[in-house]
Design a protein around this ligand. Structure first.
Ligand code: TXA
Ligand code: MG
Length: 322
């Protein structure tokens, strides 16, 4: 078992010692190590069983540290960082020499983010280095949104969890690539496309669902809760095609009549997409322990955070490709 603490100082001691700490962020919990210490970073890949070709996001205490860890910061990237940080946005830039190749899986670019969580910001101010942190789940699995989720899956492999309660956004950061004069969205997440485009004053292209190693980590099958998932437009109509005794339901607003309520989860009774995002991973995770053969889910409205939710549902439903 990992020790659980609410003290950034206590957690910082582990990081300074080259050990791993699970950290709370507003998006999901991260599995952090000193980004400048390759031995510490190697432990992240081992604990998560993560393939070495999938690069890690580097978390900073503030936007003023960008210049130290990235080269050639375009004005648009700076503008976005100022508008969105601390917050659910990762900016990919050409990396500086201070970032080891192991962190970026050999790429010359690095994803940077300032997370918006008071305990983790306090932790980052306690230490003199940034932390590399992927989501704190075994590779391919659903991301954790509470300390208990991390404890259940990685508690035997890591010494310390900084417990900051439930993640408020609930889905991972949006990733925008500004490296090599590009501007494209690599992952939809906690900052909506509409918000991004508002800040930048331009349309952005979205290139998220590739299994091409040049767009690392965007593997089609991810967020696997260990059950077959089928997604449809209307979950009640979908349920009519299945035997109701062995289905689980992940509904947007309304449970399905005739299916055992214990086997159903509702993302947001009022149809609020922020609430749906907050609940998504915890609900998906529940189906791990619910005795059903298949989980039926429904697409949410495809705007704002809904795009990121639908992206996660699509990946959760895809056949594993790793
Ligand atoms: O919200 C988040 O971003 C969370 C919290 C902990 O900050 N982190 C997270 O990390 O979701 P992870 O490793 O689960 O997902 C990071 C994604 C991966 O798909 C990875 O391939 C991509 O970011 N990535 C990281 N560095 C990259 C780079 N230099 N170029 C392109 N993609 C990158
Ligand atoms: Mg992840």
């Amino acid at each position: 078992m990992a020790i659980c603490t609410k003290s950034p100082k206590e957690a910082a001691a582990y990081l300074k010692n080259g050990q791993l700490v699970a950290i709370p962020t507003e998006t999901v919990y991260g599995l952090a190590a000193d980004a400048t210490n390759t031995e510490a970073v190697a432990q992240i890949f081992a604990a998560k069983n993560r393939p070495a070709f999938d690069p890690l996001i580097v978390h900073l205490a503030g936007a003023e540290q960008m210049e130290k860890y990235a080269e050639y910061i375009p004005d648009a990237a700076l503008k976005l960082a100022e508008a969105a940080w601390p917050g659910p946005l990762t900016i990919v830039l050409n990396k500086s020499k201070l970032i080891p190749d192991l962190v970026t899986s050999g790429h010359q670019t690095v994803g940077l983010r300032v997370p918006n969580h008071p305990l983790t910001l306090a932790l980052l101010r306690e230490i003199s280095f940034p932390v590399a942190a992927p989501s704190a789940n075994p590779f391919g699995f659903v991301s954790p949104t509470s300390a208990a989720h991390v404890q259940a899956q990685l508690g035997e492999k890591i010494p310390c969890i900084l417990d900051g309660g439930n993640s408020q956004v609930g889905i991972e950061s949006t990733i925008v690539d500004f490296s090599n004069n590009q501007r494209k969205v690599l992952r939809l997440g906690g900052m909506s496309l509409e918000q991004l485009q508002d800040v930048l004053g331009e349309q952005l292209s979205v290139q998220t669902s590739s299994s091409n190693p040049n767009a690392p980590g965007m593997l089609t099958a991810h967020y696997n809760p260990g059950k077959k998932i089928v997604v449809g437009k209307n979950v009640a109509e979908l349920a009519a095609k299945f035997s109701t005794s062995n289905v689980g339901i992940l509904a947007f607003t309304t449970p399905v009549a005739g299916v055992n309520f214990a086997n159903q989860r509702v993302l947001s009774p009022s149809g609020n997409l922020a609430e749906a995002a907050q609940n998504l991973f915890a609900h998906l995770r529940d189906f791990n322990t619910i005795q059903v053969d298949v989980v039926l889910a429904e697409w949410v409205p495809n705007h704002g955070l809904g795009r990121a939710i639908n992206d996660r549902l699509k990946r959760a439903a895809a056949k594993p490709n790793f």
